[in-house]
Design a protein around this ligand. Structure first.
Ligand SMILES: [Cu+2]
Length: 199
């Protein structure tokens, strides 16, 4: 049964000609870099994106979880507070300015992220709390795990620009994009992002 499913999946992948991109990301000193974001922009065409459902950035023990979230344009994020203290979540970023004034529990309305780019989130009460929302206008993206590995699945054959980002980069600074040509074979790439202190 499982083999039959696998065969069907392979046949479907073969028909569409798609591949996976496996990335190994390291910081300036060569250490694995978690929480880096890779976005694959198709060259010459815009790809349609569908909003991601049920996205949460929780607050627990006076921290945001996760610290870095990637969603597609049009996605809504809710901000449940699991602490006994109240938080006051805000962003002053150009792509999304909002404020969830001092609250406990779950705010009634999730927050819509409708423009691509990066929003930096903070808490008015707890200065050390920080989180980042990367809003992608491409459906092919990934965030690196603690191992520094990130995998973008099901990328149709074609030409792309690979954009890399990490919260440790200065605002507005992005490593130069890398050109990638995707065929039917999976691709492995390593990349260094010039982050010295991992926040
Ligand atoms: Cu707080």
């Amino acid at each position: 049964m499982r083999l039959a499913l696998l065969a069907a999946a392979l046949a479907a992948a073969g028909a569409a000609e798609a591949a996976a991109i496996d990335l190994s990301l390291v910081d300036a000193s060569g250490k694995p870099l978690p929480d880096a974001v890779a976005l694959l922009e198709p060259v010459g065409a815009k790809a349609a994106v569908t909003p991601v459902a049920d996205v949460e950035i929780a607050q627990a023990k006076r921290r945001f979880h996760p610290r870095v979230t990637v969603v597609t344009v049009g996605s809504k994020i809710s901000f449940p507070n699991f602490d006994a203290v109240r938080h006051h979540v805000y962003s002053f970023s150009a792509i999304k300015t909002f404020e969830l004034k001092l609250y406990a529990g779950v705010p009634a309305e999730p927050v819509l992220f409708d423009k691509p780019g990066v929003a930096v989130l903070g808490c008015n009460i707890h200065d050390t709390m920080a989180a980042w929302v990367v809003v992608s206008d491409t459906p092919w993206y990934a965030r690196s795990a603690d191992t520094g590995k990130a995998r973008i699945d099901n990328v149709p054959a074609g030409s792309y620009q690979l954009h890399l980002w990490h919260p440790g980069l200065a605002p507005g600074v992005e490593p130069p994009p890398v050109a990638l040509t995707v065929g039917s074979a999976d691709i492995e790439r390593s990349a260094q992002i010039a982050v010295s202190a991992q926040p």
